[in-house]
Structure formats: C-alpha cells, structure tokens
Write a protein that binds this ligand. Structure first.
Ligand code: ARG
Ligand code: ZN
Length: 843
C-alpha cells in the first residue's frame, strides 16, 4: 500500500459541481450527494473509482438510474458514461462513534469535520484527491442552533441552513460544523472596499476568550494585503474552536477549524507563549486561503508547496508584528529541536517525499519547518525584489491550480532567469548538511574555506552538493564591522571565498540569521565566542555565540567532569546585567541547550549520551549561574515586573520572560519563597504558571498544585497545563511515576488529544525522565500508545516519534526501547499509521 510520486496520473473525470445534503443525527447521519462529472480530456484512463471508507450505502444512481457499484478496497467502482453525467448517492455515517477525529465527528456535543488529508472519504463517495476541484453547495438539516459550511450563506430557516462556496476546491477543504455555538463577531473592510463578516464560534462560556484571536485575524488580513497583495474572496470568514482535534488547526475554505488551544485565550488562562502561538496559527490558517486554497497541491507529495510557504509567511508576519530577531531565534531553536532531530534519525525524509504509506505521517517538521527554510533560502538567493516578482507571478499563473514544486520553482526561474536545478535538491534529498569551515589570513587577504557533507539517510546513500547561501560578516579586532552581511553562494563540495584589503585578521560571523538549515561546525575558542556575543551586529549570531559557549561548557562538564566554565559565566553575566540590551534577547541568552540537543551533540562527537548525566550537568550549571548571578537576578526580577495592565505584546512578554528567568534562578537559592509569593499574587497565567513550575522544580509545589487544580478545574485548557507542568518539572526518577499517577486521575482521558499530549507528550519531553534507566517511561508510553491506537491512529502514530532517537543511547536503553517497539508492533489490528511509524523507527 505504498504510494509513489512517480505513479501520479490525473483522475479520469472532472467534477463540475457538488451538491451535498446532510441530515444530522449523532449515530446515523445521512449524506446525500449529487455530483456532476465530465470525462477529463487530459486523462488517458477513464476508470471510475470513488473513495469511501466506513460508509453504509443506502442508494447509488447514475443519471437517475439506480446502479450497484462494485465495492473494492478503499471505495467503489462502476462503469461510467463517456459523456457528462450525474452521480447521486445516499450513505449513512456514525459521527458519534468516530473517535479517530477524521471525517465527520462529534466533539463536546458539536458536529465538526477534519478532512485533510483523506478524511472526506469517510463522509461520502468522492474522488478524494487534491487535484479534483469543484464548487460545493451544501444543505444541512438538523435540530441544531448553528449550522455552518464553506463559502457564503444561502437560505436558512428552522432546521436547515444552506451554503454555497463558489471557489472550486478539493474535498480536503470541505468543512461542516453544527452545534450550540456562540459567536464573537466583527467585520473587515478589504483593500477594494468589500465588507467581510468575521466570526469566531465557540461553545457557551468561551465567549470571553475570542478577542485576541479576532484581532490577530484582522491583522493577518491587513498584512496579507499589504505584503503579498492578497485580498480575501468571500463575504464571510468563520473560525470555530473545537476541543477534540488531532492537530493545531485547519484552513477549510471560509470555515477554519481550530483546536481550542490554538485560538482561545484570556490573560488569566493563557500564557504569553500561548498568545504568540495563537497569533501565528490564526495567521497561518488565514494565509492558506491563497497559499493552499486558491492555489492547492496536485497530490500529497507536494504538501510542502502549501505548508512550507505558509509557515514562511506566518513567520514573516510574526516578525513584523513582534521582534524579527526574537522570532528568528525562536524558529531556529524549534527547527533544531524538531526537524534536525527528525532529519538525523530513522524517520528522515525529503521535504518532498517520493513515497508514503500513510500521508498523515508526513505532516512533519521536515515538510513544514524545513519547507519554510527552503523558501527563506530562495528569497536570500534571489533577493527581496525578485522574490516579490516571483510570488506575483505564482499567484497570477497558478490561481485555481493544483500545482507542484516544479511549478513553484519554474516561477522563480522565469521571474529571475536563474537555474534552480541544484536548488531543487533541497526538496528531494533528506538529511541535514554539515558545513565545516576553516580560515586563513595573510597580506590583508582573508580566506574562508567551506566543506559540505550530508550523511546518508534511509534510502538515500549518496548526496550531491547543494547550493547553500552562507551569510557572513567580518568584524575587526575592536569589534567594528569591516564587512557587512554578504551572502556567499556555495555550490561545490568544497569552496573558498576571499576578502581583500583587510588591515588585521578579522573575526568571522558565519551563517548570519541562520541563512541555511545546516549544522555549522566551526571550531572556535571561548574568547572568540564571547567577543561575538558582545559585538556581532547580527542578533541571531550573537545569540548563537552565547549558545555555543553554553554548549561547549556543558559538553566539557558531561564528558570530562569539568566545572562550569568561568568564561561562559562571565560573558553571560556581562550581557544580562547590561540594561542597554533588549530584555527579550537577554531572556533568550539565558536559555540553555536542551537535553535533546546535548544528547545529539554528544552522539555526533562519538559519545554515547547518558540522559541522567546530561540532566545533572544542566542542574549543576543552573545552580552555578544562580549563585554567580544572584545580585543581578534580584535586581532584574524587581526591575522587570510589569505594572501596566496585562497585554500579551512583545514588550511586556519580554519583560516577563526576563523576570521569570530571574525568578527561576532565585528559586534555587531561596527554596521557593519568591516563587510562592508570585504564585499567590499572580493575576495572569504567565506569572502563575512560571511560579508553579519553579515551585515544583524546587520540590515545594504540593500546595500550589492542589490550589491550581481547585481554581481551574472548570477549564480544560488550563487543566492541560496542570497535567504537563507536573510531569515536565518532575525529577528524572519520579517522572514516569508522576505521569502514571496522573493517567489515573479522574480528569485524564485518552480520548482528548490535548489531554493525551499534556500527559504522555509531557513525559516524552522530559528526556531524563522518559529515558530513565528503569525503562518505566518507555513502558508507560507504549501502554498508552497501544490503548490509543484503536481509537485514534493519527495521534498515536505522531507520538511514536518519541522513540525516533533510540539508536543514540546505550545498549541497555536500546534493548528496552526495541522491546517496546516490538510489543507495539505485535498488537493485533494495529493501525496502518502506527505500523508505518514503528516499522520506520525500527529501520
Ligand atoms: N493543513 C493544516 C495546517 O497546517 C494541518 C492539517 C494536518 N492534517 C493532518 N492530517 N495531520 O494548517
Ligand atoms: Zn498549514
């Protein structure tokens, strides 16, 4: 059941029009379809196959005559006329029994859908593939107050509502929502003067958590007009918040459906980080209206065409709304944590894969985040003006198309005259390139020599060199910039670049702004790193210099039992006590390499990482920093308290993150007195949760944990935080036990993906606890994956990635993990989703 990109053929028929009627009933919804097909002149094969899964057939007709289709694997087939014809069907489906949350299901008493990638086939018979696009008319019948679908509203009355979406779309963008919903309304006037009604629909009680999302939506609409010239194209834009949802959100045409955690927010219940994430996801889904919906994907191999570009656009948006350097640093931290990890393990795959078994398993950091990096590199290579020209051409040339990566690259070639055949390797080849660098200076001439090498990945042994845009700058010995940022274009396996007319050997700042998703191997000393941390004009590389100092220091502590490095502590202290420096930057500089990054780095250097030793080194360093920075931390904590009413903006959240980093340090010295005070007086979730996590880490959290639950037991999203904060901050030998106890709490359920992630996901994100030598963490996760798989394969399969790093570890841990992987694989009737993931992880 493997599908290959090379086997693509167009569907034998086009769809001119779709009419759907839904007669809603929780366990027996009737779906009536009337679909107008015509033979597709571009398709050689006229085989008439329609997808369909778990459908109870009631009747099927072609041009009014009842027919009996042949039921085949995954759908039905029948003989079709070679002239235009009308296919009609009635099927029955069971939304109440749909725990997989794909197709039409019920969440919190409300009907909702998730059709991407292949969920529409669980609703009715249809050519469920993205290259079949059609206008949809929908009639919903039911005894439900609010009934929504895509497009513009048509007639409605007691017990029914009609919708018409004039824009041809693939079935994966279909959506239906029905329930007792309340709206938070607003309007937006587009650049050509059309008024669009906007709504955020929520369950009763959540009305007070919509205002921020609505502002984010209006800002996104304005931004897409200003920056990309894209105007909204319907009279109405609806967003719905749903509690049970497998992912973040979905860009259904005119009816975006959101995981409630990705849209609902109030100062009391959401953290600064939640607010920023909501702003980005609202923007992401809105931007899909052009990059995804008006221009969609020919097939699912092209997923990065819409996702990479849309992630790139939402990052640009957040950079404009907040701080561009802070956003870049956050994005690179996330890229390394999720994508590099994937790209350097058994699940590595190209940004555009060549084959898959279950497409749901390819909604990955590689497709999304590395896909976005490729757009960023293209923009760096061609320049901003050419990028803008190419995007204009993309929108005019491909509006209404189901397009490919070839189409995308051709637009850039035509707009710039550049040959992008080497660049295309970034889409086709998996793996993170290693870029090493050496330098040489003499007679005023400075030479940088780079070497690139990409290690083999599953199914791809030899990697040809890629084009790598390397942004560099040079600093003079006094810290002045002698060469401003210049983009070097590396195309060879090894390549040198020279810079003339220098009076002294410069200090290079390499890969500014993280201009390519590579692992830079640049041996350097503490003094040079501290120099860059103090003087680099590129904020990303300043942060990177501090990060490298911390990394070197920790690696020496773990590997050689070294003491915390005084040079690192000194350089960091100088930075954080300098009030000229942006507080957001200082808070980021106080961040430390993650346990996972340390494990991967040790592994890359030929050492077997010991999760416990990594955790202990981090604890030792944090303790040393707290002692060394005590006075500064005390001052920063007081100085960066926010007196103004809470606002989730960049300025306030920067102040809070610096103050809370100071609080975390002070908690190590005062045992939790300050954190308790903050917990008791907090009037927003950022302050309350950071205090709670400090108290738990200090082993003084019991009372606060109990009070937090009492205060918030009516709020599902806050209770998710209650679950995860306890597991995230548990010591390594108590993590699995804490998680296990919580899975027996009455508020735990495996049926809600958010709650499952808050518990088992939190376990996997506490590496020292998850990888504790007892193997209890592995067993607990495996038990729950086995329990969840029959209910919800998609969320199960996704969480299997917790095991993807298993070959890094010692043989005892490998044996424990391998046994769990085989135990999962041996489960009777294991889903295809999970089978594919476990098989690939085992390699
Ligand atoms: N297109 C959605 C988004 O990125 C995500 C859909 C995820 N679908 C899936 N089957 N995992 O905004
Ligand atoms: Zn997306």
């Amino acid at each position: 059941q493997t599908v290959y990109l090379k086997d693509y053929t167009p569907f034998g028929f086009t769809v001119d029009e779709v009419e759907l009627t839904f007669r809603l009933a929780p366990s027996a919804t009737r779906v009536l379809s009337k679909i107008r097909f015509s033979p597709n002149p571009d398709a050689p094969d006229r085989h008439f196959f329609l997808h369909g899964e778990n459908l109870k057939p009631v009747s099927t007709r072609i041009d009014g005559a009842e027919i009996t289709p042949r039921h085949v694997e995954g759908g039905i087939e029948m003989d079709a006329p070679d002239t235009p014809f009308t296919f009609e069907a009635e099927v029955e489906i069971d939304p109440a029994a749909n725990t997989a949350l794909e197709g039409l299901y019920i969440s919190g008493g409300m009907y909702c859908t998730q059709c991407e990638a292949e969920g529409f086939r669980k609703i009715t018979w249809y050519p469920d593939r993205p290259d079949v696009m059609a206008p949809f008319s929908v009639r919903i019948e039911g005894d439900v107050p609010v009934m929504l679908s895509n497009g513009n509203p048509g007639a409605s009355g007691p017990g029914f509502a009609e919708w018409h979406d004039p824009w041809p779309k693939p079935a994966y963008l279909f959506a239906l929502v029905a329930g007792d919903l309340r709206n938070h309304p607003d309007t937006f006037t587009t650049m050509s003067g059309k008024t669009v009604d906007l709504n955020i629909w929520v369950r009763p009680g959540d009305e007070g958590k919509c205002a921020f999302g609505m502002e984010a939506l209006k800002k996104s609409m304005t931004w897409d007009e200003k920056v990309y010239g894209r105007e909204y194209d319907l009279d109405l834009f609806n967003i719905v918040a749903v509690d049970d949802f497998n992912m973040g959100a979905m860009e259904n045409k005119g009816l975006n459906i959101f995981n409630s955690s990705c849209v609902l927010a109030s100062p009391e219940t959401a953290t600064d980080a939640n607010f920023e994430r909501i702003e980005a996801i609202i923007a992401h889904e809105y931007f899909h209206n052009w990059t995804g919906n008006r221009i969609t994907c020919r097939d699912w191999f092209q997923l990065c065409l819409k996702e990479g570009l849309t992630v790139f656009r939402d990052s640009q948006f957040i950079a404009d709304m907040r701080s561009a350097p802070v956003k870049r640093i956050e994005d690179v931290i996330a890229l390394r944590a999720r994508q590099f990890r994937e790209d350097n393990g058994p699940l590595a795959h190209p940004v555009r894969p060549q084959s898959f078994v279950e497409i749901n398993n390819f909604y990955t950091a590689t497709v999304y985040e590395k896909g976005a990096e490729l757009i960023g590199m293209l923009k760096t290579l061609v320049g901003d003006a050419a990028y803008a020209r190419a995007l204009d051409l993309y929108f005019t040339r491909h509006d209404g198309d189901a397009a490919t990566i070839e189409d995308w690259l051709k637009v850039f070639e035509d707009a710039t005259g550049r040959d992008l055949s080497q660049f295309k390797r970034w889409y086709d080849d998996a793996g993170t390139p290693r870029l090493s660098v050496s330098d040489d200076f003499g007679d005023g001439r400075y030479t940088l020599t780079f070497r690139q090498h990409t290690p083999p990945t599953p199914g791809q042994s030899d990697k040809a060199p890629r084009v790598i845009p390397i942004a560099v700058g040079l600093l003079g010995p006094n810290g002045d910039e002698v060469l401003p940022t210049t983009v070097l274009e590396m195309t060879e396996p090894e390549q040198s670049f020279t810079f003339d007319g220098l009076t002294a050997k410069p200090v290079p700042s390499i890969l500014r702004g993280f201009s390519a998703p590579v692992i830079l191997d640049h041996a350097s000393d503490n003094a040079t790193r501290a120099f860059l941390l103090a003087h680099d004009t590129d904020p990303f590389n300043r942060w990177q210099a501090g990060h490298d100092l911390a990394l070197d220091c920790l690696i020496a502590m773990i590997r050689d039992g070294a003491a915390p490095d005084a040079g690192y502590l000194d350089a960091l202290h100088r930075l954080i006590r300098d009030d000229e420096q942006d507080p957001a930057f200082r808070a980021l500089a106080l961040g430390l390499p993650s346990q996972d990054e340390l494990a991967q780095t040790l592994h890359d250097h030929g050492h077997t990482p010991d999760p416990q030793a990594i955790w202990e080194a981090l604890e030792t360093l944090k303790q040393a920093r707290a002692q060394a920075f005590h006075d500064t931390a005390t001052r920063l904590y007081a100085q960066y308290q926010v007196d103004a009413p809470y606002a989730p903006d960049a300025t306030q959240s920067a102040a809070r993150s610096l103050a809370n980093a100071a609080m975390a340090m002070l908690t190590r010295l005062d045992g939790g007195t300050l954190a308790q005070k903050q917990f008791d007086s907090a009037d927003n979730m950022t302050q309350q949760l950071s205090a709670l996590s400090a108290l738990i880490s200090a082993g003084r959290g019991d009372d606060a944990v109990r009070r937090f639950h009492e205060q918030w037991n009516h709020d599902r999203l806050v209770i998710d935080k209650w679950f995860s904060v306890q597991i995230a901050n548990a010591p390594p030998d108590k993590t699995a036990e804490t998680a296990e106890t919580l899975t027996r709490h009455p508020d735990f359920t495996i049926r809600n993906p958010n709650r499952f992630r808050a518990t088992l996901g939190a376990l996997t994100m506490n590496p020292a606890g998850f990888h504790h030598a007892s193997g209890k963490g592995y067993a607990l996760l495996a038990d729950h994956l086995i329990a969840l798989d029959p209910l919800n394969p998609q969320t199960t399969a996704r969480m299997c990635t917790a095991f993807e790093t298993w070959r890094r570890y010692d043989s005892d841990r490998q044996a424990l993990i391998e046994a769990e992987l085989h135990r999962i694989l041996a489960t009777p009737n294991l889903s295809g989703d999970t089978t594919e993931m476990i098989t690939r992880i085992l390699g």
